[in-house]
Design a protein. Structure first.
Length: 171
């Protein structure tokens, strides 16, 4: 223990002092201060603080979806960039409704498979099966509304682009 920078604690095993500085402190805190939960927790948090500050660990930071989509489309189109591929657009209310109804219909399809296989279905699940025709009608209506919104959005984009072209031609 003579060559170590820290005096040995009689409660710590000798192996603790073979660890590098930050690890030694946290290991000593865990072994020596086992009765002091806050001390051990603080030492542990301090030893990992540099990892937290070093990088953004979120999935969005590691895999930006807009870049992936743009590169995928570019590769599929033979290297041509897709205009506006990185711009994320929020789904409209009609699109959200379509997605919600699709999810319900997928669940009903699973329930029908269970029913066909002879498995028992709970009463609440049977009510869902009874509403299938109503949901299919709602789905058709929601898909028409989403298609109308998409068409009006494209028309507005074309009108906006045409106005910019006419301004450039006037100059």
């Amino acid at each position: 223990f003579g060559s170590r920078s820290q005096a040995p604690n009689p409660h710590c095993p000798a192996e603790v002092y073979l660890l590098p500085g930050a690890h030694r402190a946290s290991a000593c805190a865990m072994v020596c201060a086992s009765g002091f939960a806050d001390a051990a927790l603080a030492a542990s948090q301090m030893s990992w603080a540099h990892w937290k500050e070093a990088a953004d660990w979120s999935r969005k930071a590691q895999f930006p979806i807009e870049d992936f989509i743009a590169h995928s489309w570019a590769a599929a189109r033979g290297g041509a960039e897709v205009p506006g591929a990185t711009a994320a657009s929020a789904p409209t209310a009609a699109t959200k409704e379509v997605l919600k109804l699709r999810k319900k219909l997928r669940e009903i399809a699973r329930l029908e498979e269970q029913w066909g296989a002879g498995l028992p279905i709970e009463p609440l699940q049977q009510r869902k099966l009874e509403k299938k025709a109503e949901l299919v009608a709602q789905m058709e209506q929601a898909e028409r509304a989403a298609a109308d919104e998409a068409a009006s959005g494209q028309q507005q984009q074309q009108e906006g682009g045409g106005a910019a072209d006419s301004q450039q031609a006037a100059e």
